[in-house]
Design a protein around this ligand. Structure first.
Ligand SMILES: C[S@@+](CC[C@H](N)C(=O)[O-])C[C@H]1O[C@@H](n2cnc3c(N)ncnc32)[C@H](O)[C@@H]1O
Length: 222
């Protein structure tokens, strides 16, 4: 598979295909921690066998932030992390993007050194899989359910396929009991799609100057 094309703006990769940045120029790592980690009540919910699913792997920033938190919070088993990605960046560009954060250096190096040609990583503290292809095609065929979802497609206006009612329904179907999701967007149709997929949806304060983001928890089956 050919790696996707990007440009760089102040150290932030920007997708040529979607004309959208991979993470916020306003401290992407802090935003990841606010939106995806705190938004899924992590590290409090971490436990043996915990599995995170993600739509849109991009640079791996979310994965690294979650993995560092996993280890720092005292977990001794492996974090399971599966990401759905149609247009992977080259490992070189992932490394270049992640080099922005010296505190991630050690883990970025470990990740990239262990990254296999099929984009999997098998380490004692991380079992990672990237499922290549359009998430709309690959997620329905996937046989696993996860504890937490990081919904991180490009913005719904530019990347509508990553937020469709059907894909959000699949997110619900691939969620374990009491699973949660978090996303930076508060777009009304995305919230409605996630509510229809079985989640109790809340709009909460976004990161920094952003007014809102969205979190949710799978409703118990009746
Ligand atoms: C905002 S970026 C993700 C950023 C990422 N989570 C990180 O930590 O750097 C959105 C990602 O969604 C991917 N993407 C866009 N459309 C997709 C689709 N239909 N299926 C799977 N991945 C898709 C893009 O290639 C891109 O990597």
């Amino acid at each position: 598979m050919q790696n996707t094309k990007i440009s760089w703006v102040d150290g932030v990769p920007v997708s040529s295909m979607f004309d959208d940045p991979y993470f916020s120029a306003n401290d992407g790592l802090a935003e990841t921690r606010h939106v995806f980690l705190a938004g899924n009540a992590l590290p409090e919910r971490f436990c043996d066998g915990f599995h995170i699913g993600e739509t849109g792997f991009g640079t791996g920033l979310n994965l690294l932030a979650a993995w560092v938190l996993w280890v720092q919070s005292g977990q001794t088993s492996a974090l399971k992390f599966t990401s759905f990605e149609a247009y992977p960046l080259s490992p070189e560009n992932m490394g270049k993007a992640l080099s922005k954060w010296p505190e991630l250096n050690l883990y970025a190096k470990r990740f990239l050194a262990a990254l296999q040609p099929d984009y999997s990583v098998d380490l004692p503290d991380l079992k990672f899989q990237m499922i290549l292809g359009d998430a709309a095609q690959t997620l329905p065929r996937w046989q696993t359910r996860v504890d937490a979802w990081f919904l991180d497609g490009f913005s719904p206006g530019k990347n509508p396929d990553m937020w469709s009612a059907e894909l959000m329904r699949q997110i619900g179907l691939h969620s374990r009991k009491s699973a949660t999701f978090a996303t930076y967007t508060a777009a009304g149709h995305v919230r409605r799609n996630l509510a229809a997929a079985g989640f109790e949806v809340s709009r909460i304060k976004g990161h920094g100057k952003k007014r809102h983001m969205t979190v949710g928890k799978l409703r118990d089956a009746e």
